[in-house]
Design a protein around this ligand. Structure first.
Ligand code: IDP
Ligand code: MG
Length: 163
């Protein structure tokens, strides 16, 4: 077995609602508690161009303008995390897209309860705190948000104890 088959990087963004609610530390702690290693982290004001790349699969959907408006409504905290099957495991910690269906032990389920139907019918932004890459899409998203020089290799106790 080689680490390379299991250990991967993934991209996570704390959306403007997480930042404005003061949940950056709380949510980041959950990733650290689960043993993920932070390789890069920065605050970013998203632009239309960046969001069109990041949400390329959603650009033509009816909710896209609302989503982009929400993602630009304040800074996001972008991060790259490393761990075993990081993308799949972080999606599990983040929880279902719709907070009303997300397990209460997940981030979206613990810090939210709103349904997407409610937000869409009420004409409100749908706020679900966190983005986490799908497996297979992480490296592409890391490239959209980060320069390689902003990512850091270093020894971390997780290398020994959480793998
Ligand atoms: P994900 O964030 O769990 O990967 P996706 O289906 O890729 O979910 O959607 C991306 C983001 O777009 C969601 O997190 C949510 O913020 C927003 N979104 C998706 N579907 C809807 C919708 O039907 N109404 C409003 N916002 C939506
Ligand atoms: Mg997605």
């Amino acid at each position: 077995m080689s680490d390379a088959e299991y250990v991967e990087r993934t991209f996570v963004a704390l959306k403007p609602d997480a930042v404005k609610r003061g949940l950056v530390g709380e949510i980041t702690s959950r990733f650290e508690d689960a043993g993920f290693k932070i390789m890069g982290m920065k605050m970013v004001q998203a632009t239309d161009q960046l969001l069109e790349q990041h949400y390329a699969e959603h650009v033509d959907k009816p909710f896209y303008d609302g989503l982009a408006g929400f993602m630009k409504s304040g800074p996001v905290v972008a991060m790259v995390l490393e761990g075993v099957h990081a993308a799949e495991n972080l999606r599990k910690i983040v929880g279902d897209t719709d907070a009303s269906e997300a397990h209460p032990a997940t981030i979206r389920g613990r810090y939210g309860h709103m349904s997407m139907d409610y937000a869409d019918d009420a004409g409100r932004h749908y706020k679900n705190l966190v983005h986490a890459s799908e497996p297979g899409e992480a490296e592409e998203e890391i490239e959209i948000w980060f320069e390689e020089s902003e990512l850091h290799e270093y020894d971390h106790s997780q290398d020994e104890h959480a793998r």
